[in-house]
Write a protein of this length. Structure first.
Length: 109
């Protein structure tokens, strides 16, 4: 059984008039209600000590320590059960990163 062409057609979308599109756009606030800029102090001026943000990947750490990736992973797995054997690490989502200061302590200590 064959369908007619009219049964296979889909209705065309109705175009929006420009009046609706312009009424939804936000209007800018009057000049008197806008944010007034003020001086901003940096973190150093506030007396906040900045920590080093350098983080290394697994591959970089394995080259620095001259151990295999699997050894790093074993150390991470054993650190959950016992005392920490390898360098300290951070999980950022599913990524594993090693902070620079923790690596320096592990290497020197």
């Amino acid at each position: 059984m064959r369908l007619s062409n009219s049964a296979m057609r889909t209705p065309k979308p109705i175009p929006l008039e420009p009046v609706f599109a312009t009424s939804l756009s936000p209007q800018p606030a009057p000049r008197s209600q806008r944010f007034e800029p003020r001086s901003v102090r940096t973190l150093a001026e506030r007396g906040v000590e900045l920590l080093p943000l350098r983080m290394y990947t697994e591959e970089q750490v394995s080259k620095i320590l001259q151990v295999s990736l699997s050894q790093l992973r074993k150390w991470r797995m054993k650190s959950n059960l016992e005392k920490q054997l390898g360098p300290p690490f951070k999980k950022i989502g599913r990524l594993v990163r090693y902070p620079e200061d923790g690596l320096q302590i592990f290497i020197n200590g």
